[in-house]
Design a protein around this ligand. Structure first.
Ligand SMILES: [Zn+2]
Length: 340
């Protein structure tokens, strides 16, 4: 499964999908899951979320959600010399971005540059190799989005291979959901719930896609699959999560306190199935789970997370073994059935 997850990440790495520009990536994901979920069980909603359902008609609804958008920028002004001013889409960490290659959704390359030493986005511009406004406008147009480009690669030992990419947040969860759909399609008759896998949009700009998807699906239970900060580097402030210590079962983050029944259920199933897991209490941040929890009259909500180093940089790092544990946990939960 590790190779399969890595290969998915390699394939996804070619897409430029900052918030609201996820469609091309999602069409690729649709082709990957259609043989397992059935083409007729996959749809896009008006917001752009892609939703696949397994076990139609089987008990109460469960919604899993992994966001398909990445951080990015949107072009909002082109000056006389052809430099492009960009505004961030999501919580960009500028410290790691000076001089980085960026790519617009139409494939045009550029360099993200800063005039100031403090890397303030207000002084940022993209050099797309144009020497006038007219030339620049032949290459891109205002409103066009871009994201940082970077390689995906493996490192580490054979026992605990790591994967690095600028887009693990949250494409690693997209890859995990793809694997879970493949596995669950083999035992579809064992499902106890109608299980929805949402590949949500616009998470990085404020969990927007998951809000409308959850309203539309109206689930009883909701689980976000997302990255969480690993606190295992030499001098970082302590938190419990580390890379390689298993699937993270979320208790809380900056956006929600998970439903106690959900965390109990996840812990019990992980224990019973012998799936490596760790407790996640994240002191900041948020995921789609917060949007799902507060939909309509409320939803039992929780999260399964992947401990990740260097989140929101071009070199995010996770353990492939952790990813495998996340897939196993999703499958085990669905087989056990959400009935609390
Ligand atoms: Zn995320």
């Amino acid at each position: 499964m590790k190779d399969s997850i890595f290969n998915t990440m390699k394939a996804l790495n070619g897409f430029v999908s900052p918030s609201a520009h996820e469609r091309e990536e999602l069409e690729y994901v649709k082709k990957e899951i259609a043989p397992f979920a059935g083409e007729e069980n996959i749809c896009f909603d008006k917001m752009g979320n892609m939703i696949a359902v397994l076990g139609k008609g089987k008990g109460e609804k469960v919604m899993f959600s992994a966001h398909s958008d990445t951080l990015g920028f949107v072009a909002y002004f082109i000056d006389e010399k052809g430099f492009v001013k960009v505004s961030p889409l999501g919580g960009i960490n500028t410290q790691t971005l000076r001089g980085r290659q960026v790519r617009f959704t139409n494939g045009v390359n550029g360099l993200l540059c800063f005039e100031s030493g403090d890397l303030n986005m207000r002084t940022a511009y993209v050099d797309i190799g144009a020497s006038s406004k007219e030339e620049a406008e032949k290459l891109i147009s205002l409103g066009m989005a871009a994201s940082v480009v970077g390689e995906v690669f493996r490192m580490g030992t054979e026992n605990d291979p790591r994967i690095v990419s600028p887009f693990l947040d949250d494409r690693i969860a997209v890859a995990i959901q793809i694997e879970a759909i493949k596995k669950l399609s083999e035992c579809a008759n064992e499902l106890k719930n109608e299980v929805y896998f949402v590949f949500s949009v616009q998470e990085e700009v404020g969990i927007r896609g998951a809000s409308t998807a959850a309203f539309g699906i109206d689930p009883v239970y909701g689980v976000a699959i997302d990255v969480t900060s690993a606190a295992d580097t030499p001098k970082c402030d302590p938190m419990n999560m580390s890379v390689g210590a298993g699937a993270c079962i979320k208790y809380m983050d900056g956006s929600l306190i998970c439903s106690p029944k959900m965390t109990e259920f996840m812990n019990r199933v992980a224990e019973d199935a012998g799936i490596k897991h760790q407790t996640e209490i994240l002191l900041h941040g948020g995921t789609d789970a917060a949007a799902i929890q507060r939909t309509r009259a409320g939803v039992y909500a929780g999260g399964i997370s992947i401990a990740t180093r260097y989140i929101h940089t071009p070199t995010e790092e996770v353990s492939l073994a952790d990813c495998e544990s996340c897939v196993e946990l999703i499958v085990a939960l669905c087989k056990e059935g959400f009935t609390f």
